[in-house]
Design a protein around this ligand. Structure first.
Ligand code: PLP
Length: 447
């Protein structure tokens, strides 16, 4: 029988995260203080982040040990399988090999717990009692609720209103883990009330939900803020997945030609590709492909510039591909990909030409999800389906024997209302026009 699932033994799980910062050919531009426009003093962000995570954010150590209490929680669902999608290959008639790294096997159903448990742990050991966060589709909120429960902490989630309405089951799961969840804009924060005054029907955005969570954390001394993507330390924690992929492909004697991931803030994609960056820099031929929605085309149509991470301009300025911090993407069903910015690390690699990007409309993405479901049997999250679409398109053009790996970032079992809309032909294909982009980018700060 041909091998389909490549499973690592628990004892082979990576015991360190890989930090790409010391290996970058050019250093990242530093985060700036929004008031002085000078590199930010780490003390200034210690009101919202614990020192150990701030240190990881700027660390020049290539390998960072994963603490034992975290390894214990990781083993609830790690190592995750690498699966050869043979029936999908057959259906599209490719002679390339398609593998997917299945991060949907975590308790929350996505890759997000890889960093959620790490962030909860470091906050816990520094005495923090509660974490506040935002969530788009609800995957990150679920992951952090799970992680906080594992370490006996409280958790407050601001969930983007349009997803809160589209995906009620995520909210229920968050509450079942013992956390509290509010639709954003909410009346609990100054910025939420401001937006509600202007537009009581506002569907919200990730940038706005971040502002609400940051405001909550800054106002409460026992509370800190946790971000599910974008930042260097978040991406660091996700590198466990890419390291496992390396070991798993090695077990079957394969080497990747193309690595693919969907990008919201960039964390699952980066977790997959970063462990391959040293080889790529040494000349290995490997394509690294980031996939985004046409409705939020951050890398493909955005600008590489300093911008705020949130709508209310409370975060440091970070240099990244951005569509402008005020951008409200249309309420597409891949809620986790509706972020105006992109991780500085991923942006930097794209700017250097090491990462390529493409964008798709949601109907073609759901077509790919349906094909995957009907061949491989599993129902992907709408975000993940972007990676599937790109893997299918890439495999159709690939040489026989080429190895394509994509990150299966989450299952879609709580996204059935989105599938319902798709099956009824109700999904709209929305793109962000050049005029809208110019308008939104005009608000980027002059640095
Ligand atoms: C299933 C899934 N995939 C992908 C993403 C995008 O996030 P990131 O780009 O940080 O991996 C999300 C975000 O919520 C998600 O829930």
């Amino acid at each position: 029988m041909q091998q389909t699932k490549i499973i690592l033994d628990e004892r082979e799980m990576p015991r360190q995260w890989y930090n790409v910062l010391p290996d970058l050919p050019e250093p990242l531009a530093p985060p700036l203080d929004p008031e002085t426009k000078k590199p930010i003093d780490p003390q200034k962000i210690s009101a919202i982040f614990p020192m150990s995570l701030i240190e990881q954010e700027m660390s020049d150590k290539r390998w960072i040990d994963i603490p034992e209490p975290l390894m214990e929680i990781y083993t609830l669902y790690r190592p995750s399988p690498l699966v050869r999608a043979r029936r999908l290959e057959q259906a599209i008639g490719t002679r390339a090999k398609i593998y997917y790294k299945d991060e949907s096997v975590s308790p929350a159903g996505s890759h997000k717990p890889n960093t959620a448990v790490a962030q909860a742990y470091y906050n816990k050991i520094e005495g923090v009692k509660r974490l506040a966060t935002e969530t788009g589709a609800g995957q990150w909120g679920t992951a952090l609720s799970f992680a906080c429960k594992m370490f006996g902490m409280g958790c407050t989630v601001y969930m983007v209103r349009c997803s809160y309405d589209q995906k009620p089951y995520r909210g229920i799961m968050i509450r079942a883990y013992g956390a509290e969840v509010f639709p954003s804009p909410s009346d609990r924060t100054r910025v939420g009330r401001l937006v509600l005054e202007r537009d009581p029907q506002s569907g919200g955005s990730l940038g706005l939900a971040i502002s609400e969570a940051v405001e909550d954390a800054a106002a409460n001394p026992d509370t800190k803020y946790a971000l599910g993507s974008v930042l260097n330390h978040v991406i660091l924690h996700q590198t466990i997945a890419g390291q496992e992929v390396k070991k798993q492909l090695h077990m079957v004697g394969d080497d990747p030609d193309v690595l693919i991931g969907c990008v919201g803030g960039g964390s699952n994609f980066a977790g997959l590709i970063l462990p391959y960056i040293p080889e790529k820099l040494e000349g290995k031929k490997i394509r690294l492909m980031a996939v985004e929605p046409q409705a939020c085309p951050t890398i493909t149509k955005g600008r590489f510039a300093y911008d705020y991470g949130d709508m209310a301009k409370q975060t440091p300025l970070i240099k990244m591909y951005t569509l402008g911090h005020g951008y409200f993407p249309p309420p597409i069903h891949a809620g986790g990909l509706r972020y105006h910015g992109e991780a500085p690390i991923v942006s930097h690699l794209a700017k250097l030409g090491l990462v390529e990007a493409r964008a798709y409309f949601q109907n073609e993405v759901f077509d790919a999800a349906k094909l995957f479901l009907q061949t491989e049997g599993f129902l992907p999250a709408p975000e993940t389906a972007h990676a599937i679409k790109a893997a299918i398109d890439t495999a159709k053009e690939a040489e026989p024997g080429q190895v394509i790996v994509f990150l299966y970032s989450g299952h879609g079992l709580l996204d059935l209302s989105s599938y319902d809309a798709y099956l009824k032909g109700e999904l709209k294909d929305q793109a962000f026009t050049s005029e809208e982009i110019e308008q939104s980018l005009a608000e980027c700060p002059q640095v």
